[in-house]
Design a protein around this ligand. Structure first.
Ligand code: FAD
Length: 319
């Protein structure tokens, strides 16, 4: 079922959903299930599964020189989605990236997702590779998320890249895209970024999921500004509980966002006590979630990233 239909069916009640990251290569899926199992008590209608970009590894050759090879450290998004769908009877939402894929390779992924009965996709550009200073698509790949949205929207009408196929089995993917309450780091302004978001919606995106934020006011203002320029699809807020002290530096740097002073102070007051810091993150996210739900958001979407115990604590208080 489509994410947008889950939202409609909830008739104004805020849903609970979360995102998981595939484990690094060589792991067993059981660890992932062990993290997801306790979250199923809160009946998520859908679970997002991220996709990681490819990266370079350097293999030492016999002559001492290094050979550069491309690898993926966290493959398996499509397989994990299939396993979640059948194990939990939930709607998995794979993240599909422009970066690292030609449009043909993307088409094959979309065909696989369709065969698996997966109804939703979050369409993303992806970031630059680790050694790159800016995002570069592979030759023949999509440059921006909007092009990927267009590719999926085309497929929804039977239009494949090199042929149109008329069949009763045409896909009907529900398409999510990313939105940034504190603007995407490359964008010259929030207004420009919002215009790009509107373009993605006009190209066929059915809903928006936001980057994490720690000050709800930023989300509320973003939603107002989006509505003012005619973005009328659901905008799902993304919430991440702070879990370790170094998040104070990492999150602003990686996600280009501000942390409220009160949150920073609360974390620093823990004086390195790891359990106390995790608890601060939980309490902050509980307050954020309660306020968002009171404002009638469609879903509160948690970035669980690994251990889910903190999201369980939040959900217990909120859902
Ligand atoms: P776009 O919408 O293409 O925008 C990228 C930038 O280009 C923005 O600054 C935008 O304003 C600008 N822009 C857009 N169109 C144009 C145009 N035509 N001309 C000029 N400028 C333009 N990354 C992963 O690697 N894997 C994931 O699974 C993943 N999941 C995510 C989930 C969410 C909810 C969010 C918010 C982000 C996620 N990301 C993920 C990170 C995302 O890939 C990066 O933030 C990336 O830098 C931008 O992706 P986008 O889809 O927003 O790009």
């Amino acid at each position: 079922m489509k994410v947008t239909d889950h939202i409609k069916q909830a008739e104004g009640k805020s849903l609970f959903s979360f995102e998981i990251v595939p484990p690094v290569k060589g792991q067993n899926i059981q660890k992932l299930y062990d993290n997801i199992d306790p979250l199923m008590e809160f009946k998520p209608p859908f679970i997002d599964v991220t996709t990681s970009r490819e990266q370079f590894v350097y293999i030492e050759k016999e002559n001492g020189l290094l050979e550069r090879k491309v690898t993926r450290m966290r493959p398996g998004t499509v397989g994990i989605c299939a396993s979640l769908k059948h194990k939990y009877d939930v709607d998995p939402v794979p993240h599909v990236l422009c970066g690292g894929f030609t449009r043909e390779e993307t088409e094959y992924v979309l065909v696989d997702l369709h065969y698996l009965g997966i109804d939703n996709i979050v369409a993303l550009r992806g970031d630059a590779m680790k050694h790159e200073s800016q995002f570069n698509p592979v030759k023949g790949g999509n440059n921006y998320a909007i092009e990927l949205v267009q590719q999926i929207a085309d497929l929804n009408t039977g239009k494949f890249l090199h042929e149109t196929i008329e069949t009763p089995y045409t896909p009907d993917f529900c398409i999510g895209v990313a939105g940034y309450p504190e603007k995407h780091f490359e964008s010259p302004s929030l207004a420009s970024d919002l215009k790009r978001l509107k373009d993605k919606v006009d190209a066929g995106a059915d809903y928006v999921v936001t980057q994490m934020f720690f000050d709800n006011q930023k989300y509320f203002e973003f939603v107002e500004a989006a509505k003012a320029i005619g973005i009328n699809v659901p905008i799902i807020p993304g919430i991440k509980p702070i879990a370790v002290e170094r998040h104070l530096q990492i999150l602003p740097k990686v996600f280009s966002l501000d942390l409220p002073l009160a949150l920073e102070k609360a974390v620093l007051n823990c004086k390195g006590d790891k359990a106390a810091i995790r608890q601060v993150g939980v309490e902050w996210a509980i307050q954020q979630s309660k306020e968002l739900i009171a404002a009638g958001v469609p879903t509160v979407h948690y970035y669980s990233m690994g251990k889910s115990d903190n999201v369980v604590k939040i959900a217990r208080e909120v859902f």
